[in-house]
Design a protein around this ligand. Structure first.
Ligand code: UTP
Length: 291
């Protein structure tokens, strides 16, 4: 039903400079595997084989990573190191990769719109590889596809984020429509609010200090293709960027966005702190599996 996954990967990754001066943020490894490969494996495990990647200048190593490397393979062939390439070779065999370059870095909404020729007129998943999720056997994208099958409209993954960090996220409000699966019909959303924005957003003007957390959008979406037409029309929003949150708000006003509190753990690997936490988490899992 969802056959394609879009990976916006054109951003500058400034929080990781100087590492990201010549190396794409999406290619930074957690242990031995680049962030983007985790994302592609998550899409594959959700039954998606077609990976559409939005790249930009300086991102060519992404294409090289998801391609054969004949010299290296023949060098390792028949040696005890051959198994080290097995995992990535499986990914390359199972998935097809298409690429488009975002020529100006004008925001996530613009990156998604840049992917339109690779997606066409069908619903699709979006994975931001720097939000790394560990959900065990049932990946967050698989979970969201189940929700999409039920509601047939855009689905966004949400997580409760403390008030102190909320300015880094898109925030939603909505009505709980299914307490068992933790799904909300989204009625309003706002991108990276400051406390003044939040005061206006929270309708009954409660004391913000008494609101411990908000439902924030994380880097996983299932989008219906009408999002492209909306993205073409919207004006630059927060920070002068074309924001996907603004386009989703237009769908939400028609009751066509579901917020889903996914089951699992997310690491914000776009920040140094989250990246270190993810590294420790996956290193511990590796140690536990080896015992
Ligand atoms: P981020 O805002 O986290 O990435 O965008 P960034 O801008 O590269 O990072 P910083 O803030 O400068 O450190 C989330 C995802 O969207 C992509 C990024 O590559 C990242 O994977 N993105 C963002 C684009 O592809 N194009 C854009 O114009 C903006």
């Amino acid at each position: 039903m969802i056959k394609k996954c879009l990976f916006p990967a054109a951003g500058y990754g400034t929080r990781f400079l100087p590492a990201t001066k010549a190396v794409p943020k999406e290619m930074l490894p957690i242990l031995t595997k680049p962030l983007l490969q985790y994302g592609v494996e998550e899409a594959l495990s959700a039954g998606i084989n077609n990976m559409a990647i939005v790249t930009g200048r300086g991102k060519r190593s992404i294409e090289d990573h998801f391609d054969n490397a004949f010299e290296l393979e023949s060098q390792l062939s028949g040696t005890e190191k051959e198994y080290l390439l097995e995992e990535i070779k499986k990914v390359i065999e199972k998935a097809t990769f298409t690429y488009v370059r975002q020529q100006q870095i004008l925001g996530l909404g613009h990156a998604i719109l840049t992917g339109e020729p690779l997606i066409g007129n069908e619903p699709f998943a979006v994975i931001l590889a720097d939000d790394l999720c560990d959900c065990g056997a049932n990946g967050v994208t698989s979970q969201m596809i189940e929700i999409y099958k039920k509601y047939k409209c855009s689905v966004i993954a949400i997580e409760e984020i403390p008030f102190t960090q909320i300015g880094k996220y898109g925030v939603i409000s909505g009505d709980l429509i299914d307490g068992t699966s933790n799904t909300y019909r989204v009625t309003n959303m706002i991108e990276k609010p400051d406390s003044h924005d939040l005061m206006n957003f929270v309708e009954d003007r409660v004391d913000l200090n008494n609101v411990p957390s908000f439902n924030a959008i994380i880097g996983r979406y299932i989008l219906t293709p009408d999002i492209f037409g909306i993205l073409k029309k919207i004006k630059p929003g927060k920070n002068g960027e074309i924001q996907i949150t603004d386009a989703l708000l237009s769908q939400a006003k028609q009751g066509k966005v579901i917020g889903y509190k996914f089951k699992g753990k997310r690491f914000d690997c776009g920040s140094v702190k989250g990246y270190v936490e993810a590294t420790n988490h996956f290193a511990r899992s590796l140690e536990n599996n080896n015992i």
